[in-house]
Write a protein of this length. Structure first.
Length: 190
């Protein structure tokens, strides 16, 4: 399979973005773009945790419901959620009904609020130095790096959950800490 594909709109993209209109929108507008807003980073952290073991399109299709259920990922509001809220969310078929992931989202809000530095500063402190060669093929894209492993360890030390090294590398990709748009993709030209 090729690492790029020409869409019906004539635009060459990373091939994973061709299978679904929502994937294409996400690829074109979000994935790999620098994100430093603390609320948005908290949301990505939580959604990447929900994605563990699932496909990202599953999360994208449920993102509106996640935002509704988790107060638009405002950490102060999520941190105030209770066991009653967890029980209610376990019945909501619009989201991923996994007790551990729901509880981790609440715990991660509390951990975010307890930080002695901003979430953006903390996370971006683990971004690799610029100048990394752009991958020419997806076989060159790692699942885990020393940076994602270090970020995972630091977040766990600070009380965050569902933040393993693979999940953190996906977070680094989605928030632009790394840019894994392959050579030939129109976004690789940005």
């Amino acid at each position: 399979m090729s690492s790029t594909i020409i869409g019906d709109d004539g635009v060459t993209r990373c091939s994973w973005a061709a299978s679904d209109d929502e994937y294409r929108r996400y690829h074109d507008e979000e994935w790999g773009r620098e994100q430093r807003d603390p609320r948005a980073l908290y949301e990505k952290l939580c959604l990447e945790g929900f994605q563990a073991g699932l496909s990202w399109i599953t999360i994208l299709r449920r993102r509106t419901a996640f935002r509704e259920d988790f107060h638009d990922f405002e950490p102060e509001q999520v941190a105030a959620m209770t066991e009653t809220d967890v029980d209610r969310l376990l019945l909501d078929e619009r989201i991923i009904r996994h007790r551990g992931k729901i509880e981790a989202t609440i715990a991660n809000a509390r951990a975010t609020l307890a930080l002695d530095i901003g979430l953006s500063e903390l996370m971006w402190g683990f971004a690799p130095a610029p100048g990394r060669p752009r991958p020419s093929d997806f076989s060159e894209v790692p699942a885990v790096t020393a940076d994602s492993t270090a970020l995972s360890k630091e977040l766990r030390k600070r009380g965050f959950r569902f933040v393993g090294p693979t999940t953190m590398y996906a977070l680094m990709q989605s928030t632009g800490m790394v840019d894994d748009h392959v050579v030939g993709c129109f976004r690789a030209e940005d």
